[in-house]
Every structure is written in structure tokens, then in C-alpha cells.
Write a protein that binds this ligand. Sequence first.
Ligand code: SAJ
Length: 423
Amino acid sequence: MSFDKISVIGLGYIGLPTAAMFASRKKNVVGVDINHKIVETINSGKIHISEPELEDLLQTALSEGCFRAVTKTEPADAFIIAVPTPFLPAKEEGAIPKPDLAFIDSATKAIAPVLKKGDLVILESTSPVGTTEQLAKWLACERPDLTFPHTHGIGSDIRVAYCPERVLPGQVVRELVENDRIIGGLTKSCSEFAVELYKIFVDGECIVTNARTAEMAKLTENASRDVSIAFANELSIICDKLEINVWELISLTNRHPRVNILQPGPGVGGHCIAVDPWFIINAAPDEAKLISTARKVNNLKTKWVVEKVKIAINDILQSNSRMTIEEVVVAFYGLTFKADIDDLRESPSMLIAESVSEFHKGKVLAIEPNVKHLNPSLNIDLVSFDVAETQADIGVLLVDHKEFKESRKPGVNILIDTKGIWL
Ligand code: SAJ
């Protein structure tokens, strides 16, 4: 199979770099996104996300005529679905959130009319176990004239596979090429075709399994990291109570040859690690006890930091009886969901700053070197490191950006350092 034309559905954090990568190998690539504005931006050589090297890759692909973005699907030899799979917020407090497959459903409906015998359909979106088979069933419903692997096995007209991405934001271009790839076809021949497709740009190993195992592998990778971070976050709360420096403790215990504790922080953010474990919990609520507790521990850490700020505000007022609460200034260092990126979505740091700005009657400042503007409806002023230092009574380090690691500790009355860089 030569895969002369490849279509990528969903031009977000994964779809766009993947499309650009195929185009860099001189394939004819069509990127499809329902958002006209995103399509326009991409076709003008600009990117709507922040990812090093991606804009250059896109501009080369456009200038060589190997890539274009469109809003309507067209025929191709391989289709890669890379749309979001968020979860529907739980209706009541404590309920398990349910995965929302609406974007996969619409992507399926968009490609079904243009499918032809011999095509390969790949699902890359992080998905609950069983979604790939569901996708094949949805396609079969739309196209009764074609045969699909879940009913016709290796000889089916259409091949379907699950091939999760595992790239780290900020290093996507390198990791897409270097990382090993899990390939989970609905049949062996589906997997063989999928390996051939990814080998166009992947230097890592393409390891074949079945679709269900591949789906679970993706969820397991992120749930495993969530559980490990929860251990570090729980330790940080225990150590605070016992007056032990958790950073020193972790660096000492990590000298053991078989211990590798991760770093505590203000909670877990981003669109993957804080979301994907719920897909496992949802599928096996009675069994996923540790995974579910880890989610709770990491969410609790965010609330714990807010409580720490409340205590600090009271301490300031108690130590200075002439001061009013309106005069107490709190400064947050870092708002993004992790270090050295500009992404504020699903950020526990942002959640902390917002919660404090909601209850605190005094000024709330933020120093965020990677963000130029904040939503004006928020009661948070973006200021420089020096301005914050002249005004703030309480400093709260939330993100270990390189600018903060390289700078001196700010002179504030109370410093809460959730990343342990200024202790
Ligand atoms: N974090 C900690 N302590 C740590 C490490 C991370 O508190 O020791 C926090 C970060 O600050 C952040 C969150 O965890 O808030 C997630 O950050 P991350 O760097 O661990 O992961 P992501 O969300 O940027 O990317 C993850 C990666 N998964 C794993 O490392 C298992 C990436 O490889 C996946 O491709 C990505 O999720 C995804 O798309 O699923």
C-alpha cells in the first residue's frame, strides 16, 4: 500500500503535527478541521497552538504543495482521527465523569461518505476501551456497501486500527519521530497496514497488539503518571505536617537504586493526565480504587494550596493589627499547567489564582513570563517580577518556569513554594 493521500481529521495538538510530519515525507496530506478560522490560519502558514519547530514544518509543507487544510473531508487512502475526547462533567459531586465520544462520532460520519475499498482508518484520540470497535460499527452502519474488520476479519474492505500518540507537549516534533508506537489493529492485517503507514515518519519501533490493549495502554501510561504524582503530592502534605522538607526527602530517597519518586506541585493539569484515568475508572469503578484515589489526591492538593494561602493571609493580618484585609497583596508566580509552556487550560495554578481572587478582598497579582494577557474579567493583574516584589505580602510559587529557577527568591513576608525551587 503506498498511501498516496493521507487525511488527518482534527488539526489540534496532535493532528496538526502528525499531518505536517507526513507532509515532510512528501506525502499528499489533507488536514480537516470543522473550525474555519483554524483552517484559514493554518493555510496562511501560521499555527494556532504553541509548539516548537511546528510552524517551520508547516510552512515547508505548504510551500512544497504537500499539505492543505480544509473543512470538508475528501477521499484519501488513509484517515487518521485525532479529535478531542473530553469527559462530560459529573452531574453530582463525587460522581464519575463519563467520556464524551461526540467528536469521534462526528469524525466517523464525516469520513464515511468518502470511504472506498482498501482504505485504512486509524483512531489516535485517547479513548475508552472498545471505542475502535465502536467506530468500525458506526462506519458499517453508514456504509452497508463496504465490509469492516469486526464482521469480516482480515479480508474486510476497510481496515481499522487504534494507534495512540504519546508525545510530550513542547517536544512533539522530535517525539513523533523517535517514540515507539503502539499499533492495535482490529485484525492482524489492519495492524500491518497501520505499521506501514506510521513507518513513513516513525523511527521508533511500531509494536503490534490488539485494539483493546492499545486503547488501555494509552490510558495506563497516563494513569500510571497520575498515581506517581499523587504519591509525591500526598508526601508533600504529610511532610508539611511533620515539618520535613519534602524536596530534600525525595532527593534522598531517590538515591535508592530502585526508588524514583516524582515531584510534588500544585496539582495535576493538562488535557491528558488529569482526564485519562477517569476513562479507566468509568469502565471499572469498583476495581479502579488506587487510580480513583490518585485523582482525588491530586485534586485535593490544589485545594490544599488555596487553604495555605487563606492561612497566610490570616497570619499577615494577625502579625500586623493595623493592616486591613484589603491591603494584603498576594502574588502568584506561574499560572500555566506546567513549566515553560503558555497553556493556561486545565491548569491547577490558574484554578488556585482564580479561587483566591474570588474570596480575597485585596489585590491579586500574577507573574507569568509565557502569557501576555489574562481574561480581563478575572481579578488578577499580570505584573513583572520587580513590581510584584514591591507590592506583595504573600508570594506563591506555582510553576517552576526557567525564569523563576534562574531568578533570586522574591522578598515577600510569606512565601509558599509548591515546586521547591526557592526554599
Ligand atoms: N507534574 C507534577 N509532577 C511531576 C510531573 C508532572 O506535578 O513530577 C504535573 C505537571 O505540572 C502537569 C501535569 O503533571 O500539571 C502533567 O504534566 P506532564 O508533563 O506529566 O504530562 P503532559 O500532560 O504534558 O503529557 C502527558 C505525557 N504522558 C506521560 O508522560 C505518561 C505525554 O507523553 C502524553 O502524550 C500526553 O500526556 C498525552 O497526550 O496523553
